[in-house]
Ligand binder design. Structure first.
Ligand code: KG4
Ligand code: ZN
Length: 337
């Protein structure tokens, strides 16, 4: 089943042609350079850039796949959650394509697609499994009971892990999005020199809180500045990366143990973090748990993962009508379109 998949939930206009779990083409047009000027995504600029580039990205995805619209069986699109103006560009474009070609339209939840990024290269992976979903906007521990059946068992009470990395990186003078820069510079730092709290939430062992960590880093930088000193960026980055990994790994593995999962999966932009990948692999090996995470190019936003999840949504009968809307927020375990 050939699917043309569209993703425009944040600052990447992405289009892919997929066939079940196989990726025929995957094009990502990023707006990062422009948002860098402002230190973060400017929603109105993001939607305007999606409007400008969506036609050419769709054409490029089709031509790279050696396809025409007539070869496509269904149109898939991210409809929630994300920046509403950005989502609406993708949703309305997908509806136009579906209406003019008579093809079905498959609405895909953004976090479901992040999880599905794991199906691309891991041919043997199938639910049930436990998934840590960590991106710029979300930090969840999710039971994936089946391809379209989820239950959230842990979540952040404030910031997402990616947001904490990005804000700390920004305070350290790194460009947006700072997570990847902070990850690189942390390699040359000593994680034990800079003391950070270990935020825990009483009675909620699978939940997270990252805003205190972010504030601790920002305050330390400002306090040093007031004394005419400068913090060592590499040491701060190494300490923050280590602490975020401590939290993500311990909660995920506790949940896996408590719920009896032998398969653990990571997804979302933060699953590209080098320390998270390495330490989670080591810890899973020690416990005899099988770990999966996506190839780096499928950790961040892309449309290949949307097409793969759409295949399973289609099997479950999740097809939208011409009244499909976009939503800025939507839990992963709810279907509402
Ligand atoms: O999944 P994603 O591309 O977009 C959202 O759905 O939010 O995630 C983006 C997030 C950003 O916060 C970015 O800084 C973070 O993923 N990220 C990283 C790394 N690469 C991307 N965080 C830590 N280490 C990385 N290597
Ligand atoms: Zn994302």
């Amino acid at each position: 089943m050939k699917i043309l998949a569209i993703e425009s939930s944040c600052d990447e206009t992405a289009v892919a042609v997929t066939d079940e779990r196989h990726i025929i083409s995957s094009i990502v047009a990023t707006q990062i350079e422009e948002h860098k000027l402002y230190g973060g995504v400017v929603p109105e600029i993001a939607s305007r850039r999606h409007s400008e580039s969506i036609v050419s990205v769709v054409n490029e995805a089709l031509s790279t796949a050696n396809c025409e619209l007539g070869d496509i069986d269904a149109i898939a699109v991210t409809y929630a959650p994300g920046l509403i103006g950005s989502l609406l560009v993708g949703v309305n474009f997908a509806k136009g394509l579906a209406l003019s070609t008579g093809k079905p339209i498959i609405p895909v939840h953004h976090l479901r697609s992040h999880i599905a990024a794991n199906y691309i290269d891991n041919v043997d992976l199938k639910p049930p499994f436990l998934c840590l979903v960590v991106s710029g906007g979300h930090s969840h521990i999710v039971e994936v009971k089946d391809y379209t059946d989820y239950s959230i068992i842990g979540h952040t009470h404030d910031d997402a892990a990616g947001e904490c990395f990005d804000k700390a990186a920004r305070a350290l003078g790194m460009p947006y999005p700072g997570g990847v820069h902070l990850d690189k510079i942390a390699d040359s730092g000593n994680p034990d020199l800079f003391k950070l709290p270990y935020p825990k939430i009483d009675g909620c062992p699978y939940d997270f809180s990252f805003s205190g960590l972010k504030t601790a880093v920002i305050n330390a930088i400002h306090n040093a500045e007031q004394k005419g000193e400068k913090v060592n960026s590499a040491d701060v980055a190494a300490a923050l990366r280590q602490r975020v990994c401590d939290m993500l790994i311990s909660s995920t593995l506790k949940a896996a143990e408590d719920l009896g999962y032998q398969t653990v999966v990571m997804s979302g932009g933060v699953s590209a973090n080098s320390e998270l990948r390495k330490r989670m692999s080591d810890e899973c090996k020690k416990r005899g748990i099988t770990l999966y995470y996506p190839e780096l190019k499928y950790c961040g936003d892309n449309a290949a993962m949307v097409g793969v999840q759409a295949y399973y949504e289609h099997i479950s009968g999740n097809i939208a009508g011409a009244d499909l809307n976009a939503f800025a927020t939507m839990p992963i375990d709810v279907l509402n379109y």
